[in-house]
Design a protein around this ligand. Structure first.
Ligand code: FNR
Length: 186
């Protein structure tokens, strides 16, 4: 059984990226346990806070990552880059000040995202590349999932209704799961 984790980089309730993550969680996938992690409740990074103890929402995220064979980031795009709240969460999870092991090193990660613009998080995904290289993650580049014009892809309840997008999401997650299974010998 392959354990996949999906993390949305948006805090808002009606987030398109949260909705995309939920669509991924509902995919019928053989031999995959796909769960959601969260960046909710993570404070702004401050080394003084960390010295006093890793905040519970940060530890939860780190534990969720550590328990996964592969992780998919569903990233929004702000100002042609990743949102600060998402980068902040990854910075917290990556800090080794307390001597905790690096939960990113060697772990398979994939990037996906959707935005109302015609480029569908292209620049945000590009902005993540040096971050994951720095962390020593095994960043999978076998497929790309950038879904533009998000407003037309979901219904009012946040269900992914666009058939093409549903097909691309399924192909993306299946290919990532196959990669994770192969590299982990599962
Ligand atoms: C945006 N948005 C945006 N979209 C995009 O494709 N490229 C961009 O550079 C930006 N820049 C940007 C800056 C700021 C400050 C905000 C608040 C928004 C729009 C963004 O994609 C849109 O709000 C999405 O709906 C955000 O993702 P979620 O929350 O729906 O997942």
């Amino acid at each position: 059984m392959i354990k996949l984790l999906g993390i949305s980089g948006s805090l808002r309730k009606a987030s398109f990226n949260k909705a995309l993550l939920h669509a991924a969680l509902e995919l019928p996938l053989a031999d995959v346990r796909f769960t959601a992690g969260t960046i909710e409740g993570i404070p702004l990074y401050n080394a003084d806070i960390e010295r006093e103890g890793v905040p519970a929402p940060v530890q939860l995220l780190k534990d969720q990552i550590a328990a996964a064979d592969g992780v998919i980031l569903f990233t929004p795009e702000y100002n042609n880059s990743m949102p600060g709240v998402f980068k902040n969460a990854i910075d917290w999870a990556s800090s080794s000040m307390t001597g905790a092991p690096n939960v990113f090193a060697g772990r398979a990660f994939a990037l996906a995202g959707t935005s109302p613009s015609p480029f569908g998080t292209l620049l945000s995904q590009n902005a993540w590349l040096p971050v994951f290289r720095t962390l020593g993650a095994d960043l999978w580049s076998g497929k790309r999932l950038m879904l533009p014009k998000a407003g037309a892809l979901f219904d009012r309840d946040g269900k992914l209704v666009d058939e093409d997008a549903r097909g691309r999401l399924k192909a993306f997650v299946e290919a990532f799961a196959a990669y994770v299974a192969k590299t982990k010998g599962l």
